[in-house]
Design a protein around this ligand. Structure first.
Ligand code: GTP
Ligand code: MG
Length: 179
């Protein structure tokens, strides 16, 4: 009986901690995004952009939104560091892939800077249909003024609870429903 109630209590009240990887090539803006996330959700100042240096190891940020706990892992994007990414895939519930929409070398038209480039165009450019079954969305965002950040996080909160990936990780960790 106790274990039944304990199971129910645990199911209802223990908060899942979602692990979100922040990936993208070097200088894409990952760490600046992480600092902005912290400042938006923790009411902290966060590191100003001019004090952020290229990431060699790992930066971690924890926030809580609508009763959902997030742990963000921001990894370095320099070519020699990308082989480390895969070590984190197994534990990750979701990935935020940061693309510098204003980087000319990444786009055929260097004039397609952020203001000119819609999320739909970017999706088309990346032929995102290849991600088929995975749940994904694009959010045009600015780690400077915070544009798009809350919208992106709210979307994550909404989809992660019921995503297949979350279920898989729960089963692996032995966390199941009350039955
Ligand atoms: N205009 C603009 N610049 C940004 C934005 N986010 C980051 N930057 C700038 O882009 C540069 C790289 O930012 P970082 O956050 O260090 O990039 P990163 O992806 O963490 O790079 P690595 O750690 O080397 O992988 C810095 O000069 C930032 O100030 C943004 O949203 N808008
Ligand atoms: Mg970084």
């Amino acid at each position: 009986m106790f274990s039944l109630f304990y199971g129910l209590w645990k199911y209802l009240f223990s908060k899942t901690e979602f692990h979100v990887l922040i990936l993208g090539i070097d200088k894409a803006g990952k760490t600046t995004l992480l600092e902005k996330l912290k400042s938006v959700y923790l009411n902290l100042e966060g590191l100003p952009p001019d004090r952020i240096v290229p990431t060699v190891g790992l930066n971690i940020g924890r926030i809580e939104v609508s009763n959902t706990k997030f742990v963000f892992w921001d990894l370095g994007g320099q070519p020699g560091l990308r082989s480390i990414w895969e070590k984190y895939y197994e534990e990750a519930h979701a990935v935020i892939f940061v693309i510098d929409a204003a980087c000319p070398s990444r786009f055929e038209d260097s004039k397609s800077a952020l203001e000119a480039l819609s999320a739909e165009e970017l999706a088309q450019y990346l032929d995102i249909k290849k991600l088929d079954e995975r749940v994904y969305m694009f959010e045009a965002a600015s780690a400077f003024d915070g544009m798009g950040i809350k919208e992106g996080v709210e979307w994550l909160v909404e989809v992660m609870e019921r995503s297949k990936r979350t279920e898989t990780l729960r089963i692996r960790a032995g966390i199941t429903g009350p039955n």
